[in-house]
Design a protein around this ligand. Sequence first.
Ligand code: ZN
Length: 468
Amino acid sequence: MFMRVAVGLVLCMLLASIPISSAQSDTKEEETWPGDPIDSHVHMTWAALTLEVNGWADDYPEIVELADVGKSELGKSLWVVRISDWSIENKSDGSAKEVVYIDGGHHGNEYLGTALAWLSAKWYINGWAEGNQEAINVLQNTVLHILIMLNPDGNDIDTRWNINQVDLNRNYDHYWNTCPTTQPGSSAFSESETAANSAYMNAEVADADLYVTMHTGVWIMLYPWGKWPEQPADWELYHQIRDDVNDNISSIPIQNANQGLYPNCGTSRDYGYGVMGYPTFTFETDDEQFVPGSFENLNDRLAEEMDVMRFLINNVWYWRARLDVQSLEVSDNEVTIEVANHGHASTSNATLQYLDSSGQIKWTSSAFTVNATNSTMIALDAGDLDSSGEGSWQMYYQVRVINASRWVTEEIDVQVVTLVEDDEASFLTGFGLFNSLTTIISIIGLAIVMKPEDEDLADNCLAEIQEN
Ligand SMILES: [Zn+2]
């Protein structure tokens, strides 16, 4: 069963990654990477980016919304490009669209990381415009939030730091300045860029099930922690993603940041996971900074990185626990549930709740765990449950194991609920194997078929039973 699900999933991924290059090569519109040649690369300035993203919003209002979400220390706007099919409010099953958060350009001299954030937006805009089915599906089911350039001041003067000489990716409020590090700022979120980014996370994308922060350096993807060498609480999720990517898409190394790179603290990655509870990756493109000057060339240059991004975005539904109660049986003192977890993250604090007809929670089970991509039977003590009347049932759980992950409440379909009546229950125990009447009857039966010389033995047996 597990294998079949796994194989099915892999097939889905393969289908999802069927190239769309034929569609892309048709496009004739101007597709320039918005920048000027500097040394061996084309450097996108903040001004060029500003023109570009405003152009997207003007040209494709049906899928692009531009938000000015804060200012750099020098007052440059921090643009978030939101991309989704705005004609559709919810997914076809009525549930809210998936949320993905991407940022780039923490370090102003890491052009390819910024370019990958730009490309992640542009790929879906172009794909949608060209009728690419993968892009259409994603935009119907997902809202992409992409802050392409977090450090415009540093970007425009070609430096790692912001204008105050602070390393923005050491300035987040997660174990700030607790590692050997340089230039983390005077306090956590002392810089307007990081303060704006965390404010956006908390206000606009708190429900994201994927956060990717893009950099340039060694070709690698890093998951938490940077602070500790230990694997994160949701290691199963990270390892599954690593294995799927490495088996099917790219051989890019995917490691815990502390071990894959070096210990680092106060990063947006550790903040995104440890405080926001997102599944979080730092995507480091390689250090070859040459950036060709068109969408097609950039797409070729970063094609493998985009394949990984498309996989992460296509499958965002899986990056959390997804509990599905398949049966719920209520008896006198116990509730037994069969629950499947369709997601690739475990949950360790799930409870079952009973609500009365007015929607008040009348009973909460003890907490239980459901492992990732698993199905399990759980018997819950329900001695104090009164489920008479027109009540309903719901699951209340965290979508991942990490403490910071969000809680969800999900109704249980009334169709799966069975009540085992009290008299039915006592009827069943009446047929217990060790019921004394049953024993006596079977021994009497034994006595009847015995030969006469065994009668003494049979009588002794009966006498013994009567004594008892
Ligand atoms: Zn960086």
